[in-house]
Design a protein around this ligand. Structure first.
Ligand SMILES: [Fe+2]
Ligand SMILES: [Fe+2]
Length: 471
């Protein structure tokens, strides 16, 4: 592991300077990346000074450096977590063998697909969020948005490094494609559904970072177990940064909930909207939407791809060491399928249920956050409770996608769905209302009426801090 020079053209701890060909390839890609950033990254604010953290090492004690940076000058680097001591594959058919430091030829295509799919989500989310700076509820939130954006940019770098380093020419072509696809563009869309959805307001943004970035967390956890060690080590370090993105989402929603409760208390009819806030019912609809879009990202419930990736020791489960059987050659998973228009229980071979097992860990994590939001409502002495909908609700991928379900998971007819879907998902009117609240607040220490300030600021600074210096 080499030391890190953060003033290098491409800061890294992978000895880039010793591999001239690779260095040249990445330095050729770099201006294309910057061009993409200027075209598709945050609109405006590129000349302003943003109080950002930059990854400068992989030491848990001091991996980040905070300072004012203009976004195009951000040091997007390549960092791999240190190799594990035992360096043994932890699961699948190759469990117990030494980890791979080069691509195993027979799994080359699967690995490329895994890396490209992960890589594609990173620039996609930056594109989805590019207009949000103009309506940020506070300087603190504006800074958090840009922090998430630059780090998603770095995650793209992390995947592009793997493509350039290990896949030769087709890897370089894939790296160019990652800059060519566009979120929401019907001709050249991003690969996964949720990454083509519009994020048009800050409630969408908090939901996205809560639910969609959290899907990312579980994908990264599964990949950080990979037998292909460079992938395991790069995703391990990405998780360090990802934690902040999910913090932005979870606490962002918690603050909206808190503000909603305060405004309900101020209103004779407990009507948060009458006081210019976002009512809890609308928050619930946004949860239903973004939770279900993100649940789709785990893929089909019964999946041969997932079984293949697990068998090939490429993609494990979250916290693989917490399981006792790492081969999973037998055993089954009990799930609900639809037969003759009825929900019935069915046993599926465990390896084919790997997506569902990962989704289970995700759902548990989402429920934990939801319980915290409900504590806020409970403390305000209000009766409303937020819920995480059933895994069957509003799905577009997998065995439930051809059917309609209530948020409680009950099978219903298409007609009933059409009649009632505005009760469960944001309607045009809800969207118009939430969008109408989105007015920027850019004075130090001030915040929009629909949002509550955070308990503390960034890097031990208070909320009342100049997180963005407009130039
Ligand atoms: Fe990311
Ligand atoms: Fe993220």
């Amino acid at each position: 592991m080499s030391a890190v020079d953060r003033f290098e053209k491409i800061p890294n701890n992978v000895n880039l300077g010793e591999d001239r060909r690779l260095q040249r390839a990445l330095e050729t890609w770099q201006p294309d990346y910057i061009k993409w950033w200027m075209e598709m990254g945050p609109t405006d604010y590129q000349k302003d000074l943003i109080y950002l953290r930059t990854a400068i090492s992989v030491e848990p004690s001091g991996w980040a450096h905070f300072d004012y940076v203009k976004m195009p000058d951000y040091r997007w680097g390549i960092f791999l977590a240190p190799p594990q001591n035992d360096s043994q594959i932890g699961f699948g058919d190759y469990a117990g063998q030494a980890v791979w430091n080069e691509i195993p030829g027979e799994f080359r295509n699967w690995l490329r697909r895994i890396i490209v799919t992960q890589g594609d989500t990173e620039p996609a989310s930056v594109e989805q969020q590019r207009l949000l700076g103009h309506t940020a509820p506070s300087l603190y939130d504006l800074r958090n948005l840009f922090q998430v954006n630059v780090e998603e940019g770095r995650h793209l770098w992390a995947m592009v490094y793997l493509l350039h380093r290990f896949f030769g020419r087709d890897g370089r072509e894939e790296a160019e494609e990652l800059l060519a696809r566009r979120s929401g563009n019907p001709d050249k869309p991003r690969i996964l559904g949720a990454f083509n959805q519009p994020i048009e307001n800050w409630l969408d943004f908090y939901m996205f970072t809560m639910f969609t970035d959290r899907d990312g967390k579980y994908q990264l956890l599964a990949l950080s177990e990979s037998g292909f060690d460079p992938l395991a080590r790069t995703t391990k370090f990405m998780l360090t940064e990802e934690a902040h993105h999910m913090f932005v989402g979870e606490t962002g929603i918690q603050r909206v909930v808190q503000r909603s409760c305060e405004l309900m208390k101020q209103d004779p009819n407990e009507d948060a909207r009458a006081q210019g806030g976002i009512d809890l019912k609308t928050i619930q609809k946004y949860i239903n939407l973004w939770y279900s879009l993100s649940a789709d990202l785990f893929g089909g419930e019964i999946s041969t791809n997932a079984a293949n990736y697990f068998g090939a020791s490429l993609k494990g489960r979250s916290q693989e060491t917490s399981y006792s059987d790492h081969q999973v050659k037998s055993g089954s998973y009990d799930m609900f399928v639809i037969e003759d228009n009825k929900l019935v229980q069915k046993d599926v071979p465990l390896r084919n249920a790997m997506n569902e097992i990962l989704r289970d860990s995700y759902i548990e994590d989402c429920q934990r956050a939801c319980d915290r939001w409900n504590k806020v409502i409970e403390q305000a002495d209000l009766h409303f409770r937020l819920t995480i909908p059933s895994r069957r609700f509003n799905r577009h991928i997998g065995i439930y996608s051809d059917f309609q379900f209530t948020p409680e998971g009950e099978l219903i007819s298409k007609e009933e769905w059409e009649r009632r879907k505005d009760e469960w998902l944001p309607s045009e009117a809800d969207r118009a209302y939430v969008n109408s609240l989105m007015k920027p607040v850019s004075e130090i220490g001030k915040i929009a009426n629909w949002q509550a300030p955070p308990i503390r600021g960034i890097n031990q600074n208070p909320f009342e801090f100049e997180y963005v210096k407009f130039q």
